[in-house]
Design a protein around this ligand. Structure first.
Ligand SMILES: Nc1ncnc2c1ncn2[C@@H]1O[C@H](COP(=O)(O)OP(=O)(O)OP(=O)(O)O)[C@@H](O)[C@H]1O
Length: 450
């Protein structure tokens, strides 16, 4: 069956029957109704690629139907069927946006050729949509000034060519999922699904049903059959994030599915074979987890045919300027806000900080700067806690007086608590167990704006 739905509209059933046979024979999904009114009713519930309507009908005629379809903005083409005597109105119909017309009694091949053109247009549009959605989906920065990260990209591209299972290691927020998507994107599986599952957010039983699916009635609450992520990812890529969080029980089931390249839905004996590339990721040291018996060794060797270690952001600080640019562009579009200037010294502060939360943290900070920006300028004063950036500038050799250190710590503490309370002084004072007056004095002393 071709993915193309046709609706034939004619009050003479002998014609609709003939069309149905011809179209069905060519593999089109064909329906028929006997009036324009019925056609409009059906279009409310179902979508069709093409409506072929007779021009002359009792009730609403073909031309009126064409106008109504356009008025409702239904996304389908219309072709008119006409006798010799009415060709002129068929031509007028084309001026009104009909895709074409067909003269009753002519060779149906002529009509089929016209339909074929539409099928080709539809396929082309679908391909374009797929390409666009792939590109939209891949809105990440892959340029890098860091040799380490450039190497990661090279290894990813090579790994993508194979079918091997890949393990991505790295701290939280370094972009492990981004790398997984990139591998999928450059692999031969790119037109198939990329399915991501975060193993941490599900409890044991729920995760198994998430991965393998279940049959209706398999357990209390299984009110209908559910396709699991393994099935969804068939022929594509399955990305298991936080794989280090899997229980030993689920590890056994996952290992079996990988080894046998097949699995069963929960509550079913039917074996379903699967063809997936598995990419796993974790911020845990999996080899250590194996040593202490928290992660199965056999599974570890199954999933890490190729291991990719994504560097932390502090190991690739040379990328902070281009990441800043990238996120600024992205956020300007998302927030419809123009940023034309980065205040002097801001980039230095951003570069000096160590980002325990990696790119995720940098992105959040930039988002905050854009939200708080006015006059199109992002500024130092809007950084979440300026002091922590200055702190990382201190070298261990710099010996300071105890008083300085104490004041430093106090100021940082106050700034953090204030940020936690979104600047609410009463709440911050309560948390710090001091009076509002005492806190106000400290704010003046440290020149903290709130
Ligand atoms: N190269 C990049 N270009 C643009 N954005 C990126 C890039 N790398 C990471 N990010 C952004 O940083 C955030 C964290 O990325 P991602 O989720 O891939 O990290 P992760 O290492 O998988 O994190 P976790 O271990 O917490 O799951 C996301 O918002 C992502 O869009």
């Amino acid at each position: 069956m071709i993915d193309f739905k046709i609706l034939v509209v004619d009050d003479e059933t002998e014609f609709t029957d003939v069309y149905k046979i011809i179209f069905a024979d060519k593999g089109f999904d064909t329906y028929s109704v006997s009036s324009g009114e019925e056609c409009l009713e059906l279009l409310k519930d179902q979508s069709f690629d093409l409506v072929i309507t007779d021009l002359k009908m009792g009730g609403m005629n073909g031309m009126e139907l064409l106008k109504a379809i356009h008025e409702h903005k239904y996304n389908c083409e219309v072709m008119l069927v006409t006798g010799y005597g009415t060709i002129e109105s068929a031509v007028n119909a084309m001026k009104l946006g009909a895709f074409g017309y067909f003269i009753k009694g002519n060779d149906p091949e002529v009509l089929l050729k016209e339909i074929d053109k539409l099928v080709k247009i539809k396929t082309l549009e679908q391909d374009n949509m797929k390409i666009r959605s792939r590109l939209n989906d891949f809105n990440y920065l892959l340029d890098s000034n860091s040799t380490k990260f450039k190497n990661i990209l090279k290894v990813s591209e090579k790994a993508a060519l194979s079918n091997s299972n890949i393990l991505i290691l790295g701290e939280s927020g370094t972009g492990k999922e981004v790398i997984a998507k990139y591998i999928h994107h450059v692999s031969q599986r790119k037109d198939e699904n990329f399915v991501a599952v975060n193993c941490q957010i599900f409890s044991d039983g729920v995760l198994e049903s998430e991965l393998f699916g279940h049959e209706k009635g398999a357990f209390t609450g299984a009110i209908e059959r559910r396709i699991g992520r393994f099935e969804e990812a068939n022929n594509g890529t399955l990305f298991l994030d936080e794989i280090g969080e899997l229980s030993l029980n689920t590890q056994v089931k996952l290992l079996r599915a990988i080894e046998n390249k097949s699995f069963e839905r929960i509550g079913s004996n039917k074996n379903i074979s699967t063809n997936i590339r598995l990419i796993s990721a974790t911020n845990r040291k999996l080899s250590e987890e194996v040593k202490i018996g928290r992660f199965r060794e056999d599974l570890f060797y199954r999933i890490n045919t190729i291991t990719i270690e994504v560097p932390s952001l502090r190991e690739r600080k040379e990328d902070i300027p281009i990441l800043l640019n990238f996120f600024l562009n992205q956020l300007q579009q998302e927030m419809k806000k123009k940023i034309t200037k980065v205040e002097d010294g801001l980039l230095d502060l951003l570069t000096v900080y160590d980002y325990p939360g990696n790119i995720r943290e940098l992105k959040n900070i930039i988002e905050r700067l854009v939200v708080l920006a006015d006059d199109g300028t992002i500024r130092k004063r809007d950084l979440p806690d300026l002091k922590m950036y200055d702190d990382s500038l201190q070298s261990p050799e710099e010996i300071k007086s105890l008083k300085d250190i104490r004041q430093n710590a106090e100021e940082k503490y106050i700034r953090n608590i204030l940020a936690m309370c979104s600047g609410n002084v009463s709440e911050a004072a309560r948390l710090m167990d001091i009076s509002r007056r005492q806190l106000f004095n400290k704010l003046v002393e440290y020149d903290i704006k709130h």
